[in-house]
Every structure is written in structure tokens, then in C-alpha cells.
Write a protein that binds this ligand. Structure first.
Ligand code: CMC
Length: 428
């Protein structure tokens, strides 16, 4: 009869070991019993980029990378993008269920009423140079928030946790918008409780001297959907940073700052900015084949393409492509779109990309949309960080309640010198 175990034979010793299998997975620590002799440390598994290592059990987000499926708490991303709102999805990620009407109203009220930031944070922002990158400012100011809310350290106090969640989700748009205004030398625009989460963000970014700022409804809706698409993506680099840092049990602001730092890199959330740099460098449709050739020769990567998990078209990219058309009807077409479409067409037909299953990811078209809305490139990754905060916090909450919670502490394979005698400086 079939058993839920794995038998491993160690050919070094001839010994066989039977290891339990749960969810098609073995526990790495079960390998430790495999030893050549009693003094041996025991076997480990080597997986430097976590390519095949589950670091947690989670019930937040499901991805089937081969089929291009993404679901949050069981709900397909397509349905959420079409029918939900970002704040509703944030609630779903954090609490596991879609909110009932009263729950939703309270949730929106709490988020809306925690958008303002302490005046000293504004002063802190003033200290940055005029050309400071908004992501650098975001990392620092989110970390600085922890000094304003010392009770945030009580991470096992449910009330305190709840409050920091409201504050973080509410204040991210304010911090991002203020960082933008800072780079332009414009006065900060304070939050407006009469507007939606996204409408308020747009106002804080773009209001000039008009008495009443009215967000463009098409743009407001498009950003809300983009926020839904960016809200969570299971155990990616930044979620892993959130969990890893969070596992040493600091306040959530410090852990979120680490997650934002992880997102900043061009291989993760920074790719949306890198895509526009790349399209600008290509310059015109005619130059696409030569550019693809250089990619295939290994000179650089096609930004906005490829994914660790998706080996099919990223379902988020499909939805984003549609949003792009809606937005361009309002803003006018982004001239870089033709280059992007040509890149996609050639790449999807080219053996190099087909063989490696490289498809457009979430970042391929999002930058084009942001750019056509008048949002500068340096702000793109902050527009990823704002909604992803909900996902990071959901991952953090789930981790804190996990019975198996322990500080994250990977092992290493030491390959350095065995033993050396110190030689004084004069004798070296
Ligand atoms: N352009 C050209 N070749 C690529 C690309 C690309 N964008 N991505 C992967 N490859 C090649 C890579 O060179 C390798 O080829 P070979 O087998 O000949 O050495 C093969 O495909 C497998 O690549 P990998 O580096 O093992 O794949 P990975 O899972 O470690 O990397 C990735 C995933 C997203 C970092 C990578 O695809 C990449 O660098 N993409 C460009 C950056 C990007 O768009 N990032 C955004 C990711 S989606 C948003 C997010 O979640 O942050």
C-alpha cells in the first residue's frame, strides 16, 4: 500500500531512512538524521535562492505558475480586479474573508482617518536632497514611523497590531506623495477624507493651486485596479524580507521598511522603472530586433519579462494590458507602447524566450500606464509598495500566529579556510 513517506538510501553508508511526506514536501530537518558517523552534523539541503524550499505554510495567496493562475484566499485575481476595490482586497488578504458591509465601512473609515503624518516626519523628509529617490525616502520614513509609535513593539497585543495595520496602510500614500512633492520642491498636500484611497493619493501628488481637486475617475479606477493586482504575491523577495525580519519580532514599521528595501531592486519591484529606461534606450520599433539579439547574447535582461514562478503569461500582466488601453483613451497613447508591443511580439515568437518560458510580467506594462498619467519614473516602485503593504502585513500577521514561528536563520555550507595562525601585520 502507498505510504506518505520517502525512503532515502545513503550510498556513502548503505543506510536507508524513511522520512514523512506532508503536502508533497519533506521537512529539511528530517534530513539531519542522515549521517556518515555519529560526530557528523547531518545532511542539509542547499537552496541559495529558495528555488525549491517552502519557508512557511500559508493560506493567503495561491499561484499556479504553469497555468498562470493567481488567487487570493481562493478568489481569482480576475474577479477581484473586475469587481472589488483595493481596500476590500486588502481586508480580504489580512483577515481571510471579504468584509460584510459594516466591517467594510469601519475598515475604510479607519484607513481614511489615519492618513495624516506627524509634522516631524515632514521635517525629516525635508532633510533629503532634492534628487533623493522616493524609494529611499519611503524606506527611511517608514522605518522612522516606528519611533513615533513605540507601542508598535507590542506585536502580540491584538489592539496594537490592528492600529499599526491601519496606520501603515493609511500612511503609505501620504509618505509616497510627500516624497514626490519634496523632489519637486512643492508644498505638501494634506490628506482629504472626502476622497477615496486612490483619489486622495492623486490629490496629494498632483494638486496645484486649484481650490478643489477632482481626481479623474478613469485614472482613479485604473490605479485602484493596479493596486489590487499588486496587493500580494505570496513568498516573493519582499514578502520573504518581511517574514525574515519580522521573525526576530521587531515592530511592523521596521519589518515593512526592510520589505520596501527588498522591493526597490530592479529584479523585483524596481523592474517597472527599468522597463521604461529600457524602452527609452531602444528608442524605436526598428531597433527592437537588434536589442533582442543583445539580450540573447547575454548582455542584459529583457526587463518586465520572466518570473521565478510564472512559466506562462502573468495573469496580472493580461489585466494590465487591458487597463493600458482604457487609460490611453483618456491620456493619449504612450509613444513607448509601440516599442513594448513589438518587443512582446518578437519575444513571444523567439525560441530563446519560448524555451525558457519567459513571458511579460506585471511590470512590463504598468510603467507605461503610470508614465501616461504623468507620474514620474522614480515614483513607479512606490506605486507597487503602497498596495503591497497590505500583502506584507497579511504575511506578517499569519507568521505571528504560526505555532511554528521561530527566528529565520538559514544554514550555510562553509567553504573557507579550515584553520590559520594569525600573522602580525609587520610579518605579512
Ligand atoms: N531576459 C532574458 N533572459 C532571461 C530573463 C529576462 N528577463 N529572465 C530570465 N532569463 C533567462 C536567464 O538568463 C536564464 O537563462 P539560462 O538558463 O540560459 O541561464 C533563464 O532565463 C532562467 O533565468 P533565472 O535567472 O534562473 O530565473 P529566475 O527565476 O532566477 O529570475 C527574474 C526571475 C524575474 C528575476 C528574471 O526573470 C528577471 O531578471 N526578469 C527581469 C526583471 C523583472 O522583470 N523583474 C520583475 C519580476 S515580476 C514583479 C515582481 O514580482 O517583482
Amino acid at each position: 500500500m502507498a505510504k506518505d513517506t520517502l525512503t532515502i538510501t545513503d550510498n556513502r553508508t548503505g543506510r536507508a531512512y524513511e522520512i514523512p511526506v506532508e503536502n508533497d514536501t519533506i521537512r529539511a530537518t528530517d534530513l539531519r538524521q542522515i549521517k556518515v558517523n555519529e560526530g557528523d552534523f547531518g545532511m542539509m539541503s542547499y537552496d541559495p535562492s529558495f528555488s525549491n524550499t517552502a519557508a512557511c505554510k500559508s493560506s493567503i495567496t495561491f499561484i499556479d505558475g504553469e497555468k498562470g493562475v493567481l488567487k487570493h484566499r481562493g478568489y481569482p485575481i480576475e474577479q477581484l480586479a473586475e469587481r472589488s476595490t483595493f481596500l476590500e482586497v486588502a481586508y480580504l488578504l489580512l483577515y481571510g474573508e471579504l468584509p460584510k458591509k459594516r466591517e467594510y465601512e469601519k475598515w475604510v473609515h479607519e484607513i481614511t482617518h489615519h492618513t495624516i503624518i506627524h509634522e516631524k516626519i515632514k521635517k525629516f523628509m525635508d532633510g533629503f536632497r532634492y534628487d533623493a529617490h522616493p524609494m529611499g525616502m519611503l524606506i527611511s520614513t517608514v522605518a522612522a514611523l516606528s519611533t513615533f509609535y513605540p507601542e508598535a513593539k507590542d506585536i502580540f497585543d491584538e489592539k496594537s497590531r490592528e492600529m499599526q495595520i491601519y496606520r501603515l496602510i493609511a500612511k503609505m500614500p501620504t509618505l509616497a506623495a510627500f516624497s514626490y512633492r519634496h523632489t519637486l520642491g512643492l508644498p505638501y498636500v494634506y490628506p482629504d477624507n472626502d476622497l477615496s484611497y486612490v483619489g486622495n493619493f492623486l490629490k496629494m501628488l498632483f494638486r496645484m493651486t486649484e481650490a478643489k481637486y477632482e481626481p479623474n475617475p478613469v485614472i482613479e479606477k485604473a490605479i485602484d485596479v493596479l493596486f489590487i493586482l499588486h496587493a500580494d504575491h505570496e513568498q516573493n523577495c519582499s514578502a520573504n524580507a518581511m517574514r525574515s525580519v519580522g521573525s526576530s519580532q521587531p515592530d511592523p514599521y521596521s519589518a515593512t521598511a526592510a520589505a520596501i528595501a527588498a522591493l526597490y531592486g530592479p529584479l523585483h519591484g524596481g523592474a517597472n522603472e527599468a522597463v521604461i529606461h529600457m524602452l527609452n534606450e531602444i528608442g524605436s520599433k526598428e531597433n527592437v530586433p537588434a536589442f533582442i539579439k543583445r539580450i540573447k547574447e547575454g548582455e542584459f535582461r529583457l526587463m518586465g519579462f520572466g518570473h521565478r514562478v510564472y512559466k506562462a503569461y502573468d495573469p496580472r500582466a493580461k489585466i494590465i494590458k487591458q487597463i493600458a488601453h482604457d487609460v490611453f483613451e483618456t491620456t493619449g497613447k504612450n509613444p513607448l507602447l509601440d516599442i513594448a508591443l513589438e518587443l512582446e511580439k518578437i519575444a513571444l515568437d523567439d525560441d530563446y524566450f519560448v524555451k525558457r518560458k519567459l513571458y511579460p510580467n506585471v511590470d512590463f506594462y504598468s510603467g507605461l500606464i503610470y508614465q501616461s498619467m504623468g507620474i514620474p519614473m522614480s515614483m513607479f516602485t512606490t506605486l507597487f509598495a503602497i498596495p503591497r503593504t497590505a500583502g506584507w502585513l497579511a504575511q506578517w500577521l499569519e507568521m505571528l500566529d504560526d505555532q511554528e514561528l521561530k527566528i529565520a536563520r538559514p544554514r550555510q555550507i562553509y567553504i573557507g579556510p579550515k584553520m590559520r595562525e594569525y600573522i602580525p601585520l609587520q610579518e605579512r
